[in-house]
Design a protein around this ligand. Structure first.
Ligand code: PMV
Length: 314
């Protein structure tokens, strides 16, 4: 049996603006998705953790799903692309995730990356990180309609990356800023709908271009602060980025209230991903007190560290 880990992705700066060609900074983390692959005479994909309960038989198309049927479109697309790229394989795949889907931890990207990597490894093919990123981005584009290459690239490659979306390129940011706390709030809406709302706002109001431009400037400045390990600067820019995302209509009042309350314990924080709830990434200053404050608020949270290696056989 082959086991693969595909890291989750935390968006540190630049989400949404990256859809319009601006750079973004995201980091692969040590929580994500594990995919196992065992060759057999039929292809079955199982996942039972993290709010999803699904069994999918590829040959007959039979599905038994409760809770998150949309998840299946990623699985089906990843398997089809894997077959095109690496050849035919029948196998049983088991997917286990550390995060609930659709909270902004790139679960769909990690699932696509993890499945493609497990499929190739099961066939004895060592797919390179860049090709893996490209194949997985194809899955996201097919299922979501529009998706930047950010999540799939960071999960495949690992580390902290500055992403240029058009044409796609990346560079590693060598930073000692490597530990974050993720507060997980209920998410209202799917990424593709939230992205569509921002697109509609942008086409109604020309001034939105200035907000997107400003997010791009924050990303440039943040790259310098990350590289010089300046926590105060990184935290302050996270806050600025969050207010700019608020101007795009994707930051709820509960996030603003939570960040205000947690202020003494963090350098800064912001939504991570499409927004409207979901993951809020916090840069901890007083970790113990932050933990206590989150527990007192009954907000589920998880502590993560940078994963430097990207998707791999474990
Ligand atoms: O919420 P997530 O993890 O699906 O992230 C979405 C990030 C966006 O920038 C809003 C969209 C994208 O394709 O990059």
């Amino acid at each position: 049996m082959i086991r693969v880990f595909a890291p989750g992705v935390v968006k540190l700066f630049g989400e949404h603006a990256v859809v319009y060609g601006k750079p973004a900074i995201a980091v692969a983390v040590d929580k994500g998705v594990e995919v196992s692959c065992e060759r057999g005479d039929r292809t079955v994909v199982r996942t039972g953790k993290a709010y999803v309960d699904i069994e999918y038989e590829r040959g007959t198309g039979a599905t038994h799903a409760r809770g998150h049927e949309a998840f299946l479109s990623y699985v089906a697309s990843a398997l089809r692309r894997a077959e095109e790229a690496f050849g035919r394989l029948t196998a049983v795949f088991e997917i286990r995730g550390d995060f609930p889907p659709s909270v902004g931890a790139a679960t769909s990207a990690s699932v696509s990356v993890g499945l493609l990597k497990a499929y190739s490894a099961c066939l004895g093919v060592d797919v390179g990180a860049t090709e893996l990123a490209k194949l997985a981005h194809g899955v996201e584009l097919e299922v979501q309609g529009a998706a930047s290459p950010m999540d799939t690239a960071v999960s495949a490659i690992g580390g902290m990356l500055r992403i240029e979306p058009n044409p796609f390129s990346y560079r590693r940011i060598d930073s000692a800023v490597g530990e974050f706390v993720l507060a997980i709030l209920p998410r209202r809406g799917l990424t593709k709908d939230i992205v569509a709302d921002v697109r509609a706002l942008r086409s109604r109001r020309r001034s939105v271009d200035a907000v997107i431009e400003a997010i791009g400037r924050v990303v440039d400045e943040a790259e310098g602060c990350l590289a010089s390990n300046d926590l105060a600067c990184v935290g302050e820019l996270m806050e600025i980025n969050n207010w700019l995302l608020g101007a795009l209509g994707v930051v709820g009042h509960e996030v603003v209230a939570m960040l205000r309350y947690l202020k003494p314990y963090i350098f800064g924080g912001k939504i991570s991903g499409a927004g409207r709830g979901g993951i809020v990434v916090l840069l901890p200053k007083r970790r113990g007190e932050l933990r206590e404050a989150l527990a007192a608020m009954e907000v589920p949270s998880v502590e993560v560290a940078v994963d430097r290696n990207g998707a791999r056989v474990i």
